[in-house]
Design a protein around this ligand. Structure first.
Ligand code: PEP
Length: 257
């Protein structure tokens, strides 16, 4: 971005990651959320629910006419082929998804995903017309060693595609030690990391990087959402546990109402 240019207005995104939770009966959480959103006078953010792939079509139908978009939690890099148990970005799109999370720390840890794998998945998302939510974040050990910014810089360099734009890509900063633990970094720490991510994005993508959404994720709940969402360069949240119940998730979205 040229010096002196005004920072772009960014519409925040509050995204729920249901992980391996949810059965057909969970559709009531989406209809409950839709009802709450409809009653709100003005919702100043986009809203996304990423259920297990088995529920994408059903929840897409349930969310019809509401503000809620539906997304996947992972995709294979290929469009089709002999990859038992995997699901492609094209399949997610066909089922009704508009987004896909890639490089979540649980996939990096449980499935050995490298930055190169994550980048290939982000490319697949773009190929299929999905917005890729690319996750980065340091472990507690890396944080204690003072390596947070170095680790995140490396993950961004390796995981983002060269063609990424603000429309096709969202970055989610999720400190691994904050996921599902009830612990969060201080607002100051979040501000430092998000400022560094913004600088990196602007350095690599220029104006597109200035407009890209950077989400914070890790133990966001209704009681801390307003403080975390007010941090400069925090353009929304990626929420795990607290996205499973409409009431809690709406409580987080309320930071933008
Ligand atoms: C996540 O897994 O993306 C996450 C942020 O989880 P939680 O909100 O439960 O910490």
């Amino acid at each position: 971005m040229a010096a002196g240019k005004k920072a772009p207005r960014i519409t925040a995104l509050v995204a729920g990651n249901w992980k391996m939770n949810g059965l057909k009966a969970s559709r009531k959480e989406v209809s409950g959320l839709a009802r709450r959103l409809a009653k709100a006078e003005r919702v100043g953010c986009d809203v996304l629910v990423c259920p297990p792939a088995t529920l994408i079509s059903l929840l897409k139908e349930e969310a019809k006419g509401s503000k809620i978009a539906i997304g996947g939690q992972d995709c294979h890099a290929n469009a089709s082929g002999a990859h038992t148990g995997d699901i492609s970005a094209e399949m997610l799109k066909d089922a009704g998804a508009g987004f896909v999370i890639v490089g979540h720390s649980e996939r990096r840890a449980d499935h050995g995903e490298t930055d190169a794998t994550v980048r290939a998945k982000a490319e697949a998302a773009h190929r299929a017309g999905l917005v890729a939510i690319v996750c980065v974040g340091e472990t507690e050990q890396q944080r204690d060693a003072g390596e947070t910014l170095k680790v995140i810089g490396g993950q961004l360099a390796g995981s983002l595609t060269d063609a990424a734009t603000a429309k096709t890509t969202v970055v989610a900063y999720e400190p691994v030690w904050a996921i599902g633990t009830g612990r969060t970094p201080t607002a100051d720490d979040v501000a430092k990391v998000h400022a560094a991510i913004r600088e990196t994005l602007v350095g690599r993508f220029g104006e597109e990087g200035a407009a890209m959404r950077i989400l914070y994720g890790g133990s966001v709940k209704p009681s801390n959402a307003a403080e975390l969402m007010a941090v400069p360069n925090v353009n929304g949240a990626l929420v795990g546990g607290a996205s499973l119940k409409a009431e809690d998730f709406f409580g987080i979205i309320s930071a933008y109402i």
